[in-house]
Write a protein that binds this ligand. Structure first.
Ligand code: HEC
Ligand code: HEC
Ligand code: HEC
Ligand code: HEC
Length: 267
């Protein structure tokens, strides 16, 4: 009897809790949209402009089938393509330099990572550790540029460009194969090293964060400290050089980019 009661009680609690969580999720993005509409209204100058602003809450999404993505980021980041939001805070701010990569065609996660379909800040940005695709921190966004831009110098991605240059200059090519770049076979092939999972690396001797990015970074700074006995030499790389090479390594992924999304076709 008590057991049954306990069960019913537990079930009711679970249902109520579920509903509350669901409503909270819904409220979160609606609040950001409503704040946006209010700001839009303040910025409107003519009566027609004011009349055209409807406080209509809806999930926005950009479908990018060729890149296998559905991105709902603009559900909250509503000002990214509104030139009037240039000086607003970063949620609504007009997006910098996007004329080359129109949103309708590229979406957002191809550069930022994150969970495209999610509609809460926590899940969409996915920075809390257990998410599969945590959003890149600002300077790591350059990792993504490398998927489509294969030239040595990529404008707007200085660390990626520097990393590619260092790979050629530091003798990495003699030990490592990267398809289309180098043919070394003393160390592991690096063609898709950026797609390796976190658990494929041994963090026993990694001092900082246990992330793939940090494993690669610390290994560059001191290969023997991370993989005792390795023949990969310590090249006394500066922090900036190690970071640039890390960004280049992370850009080497399995993701297949369709031809029309690859840069440099015309030139
Ligand atoms: C539920 C609303 C919401 C959704 C959905 C959302 N964001 Fe955000 N985003 C925010 C807010 C609020 C901030 C301000 C800083 C914060 O609270 O983290 C922000 C900040 C950012 C920033 C700048 C600051 C930082 O943390 O680096 C970037 C970049 C960003 N979002 C990208 C994205 C991308 C890409 C997506 C889709 C995968 C997305 N956001 C989905 C609400 C949202
Ligand atoms: C071509 C790659 C690319 C795409 C596509 C892209 N972004 Fe960005 N985004 C960037 C880069 C690079 C920055 C950092 C710019 C800088 O240096 O301030 C950035 C910055 C941001 C910021 C922070 C602005 C700030 O000043 O702090 C937000 C928010 C953001 N992006 C959201 C989005 C959303 C939402 C989408 C999709 C609608 C999107 N981005 C699509 C590359 C991209
Ligand atoms: C999904 C593929 C893709 C991603 C990711 C991407 N780009 Fe592009 N980018 C393109 C395409 C396609 C063009 C169109 C011009 C062309 O074909 O060369 C372009 C054009 C450009 C241009 C102008 C033309 C040039 O080459 O000077 C710049 C600059 C640029 N991208 C920088 C970046 C940066 C910086 C990033 C990372 C934040 C980035 N791109 C991410 C595909 C991509
Ligand atoms: C003398 C040969 C040699 C040279 C030169 C060398 N490496 Fe290595 N590298 C190795 C060996 C062997 C391993 C595997 C053992 C280990 O973890 O250190 C390795 C591991 C790696 C890994 C980890 C790969 C994985 O899947 O675990 C990366 C990334 C890497 N090297 C990049 C580079 C880069 C970039 C350079 C140039 C700055 C470089 N290596 C120079 C031999 C070399």
């Amino acid at each position: 009897m008590t057991y049954k009661l306990f069960f019913i009680f537990g079930l009711t609690f679970a249902v109520l809790f579920g509903i509350a969580a669901y409503q909270n999720d819904k409220r979160e993005w609606k609040k950001y949209q409503t704040d946006y509409f209010k700001m839009e209204l303040k910025k409107a100058t003519t009566t027609e402009e004011k009349a055209s602003i409807k406080f209509a809450n809806e999930i926005k999404q950009i479908m990018v089938p060729d890149l296998k993505r559905v991105d709902r980021c603009t559900t909250c980041h509503m000002g990214v393509d509104n030139p009037k939001f240039g000086d607003e805070n970063k949620i609504y701010k007009t997006h910098p330099n996007l004329d080359q990569h129109p949103f309708e065609k590229f979406g957002c996660t191809v550069c930022h990572k994150g969970q495209g379909r999610a509609t809460t800040v926590k899940a969409a940005h996915g920075k809390a550790g257990f998410w599969e695709e945590p959003m890149w921190e600002k300077e790591y966004i350059q990792v993504s540029c490398g998927k489509c831009h294969s030239g040595q110098e990529v404008k707007g991605a200085p660390l990626l460009s520097f990393g590619r240059k260092l790979f050629a200059e530091k003798g990495c090519a003699g030990c490592h194969k990267i398809e289309g770049v180098s043919a070394g076979n003393i160390g592991p092939e690096l063609t898709t090293v950026g797609s390796k999972y976190k658990h494929e690396f041994d963090y026993t001797r990694v001092k900082g964060e246990h992330t793939v990015a940090n494993w690669i970074y610390e290994h560059f700074k001191d290969p023997q400290a991370v993989t005792p006995g390795t023949i990969m030499p310590n090249m006394n790389l500066t922090d900036e050089e190690a970071k640039a090479l890390t960004i280049y390594m992370l850009s080497l992924t399995k993701e297949k980019i369709p031809y029309e999304y690859r840069a440099g076709k015309k030139g």
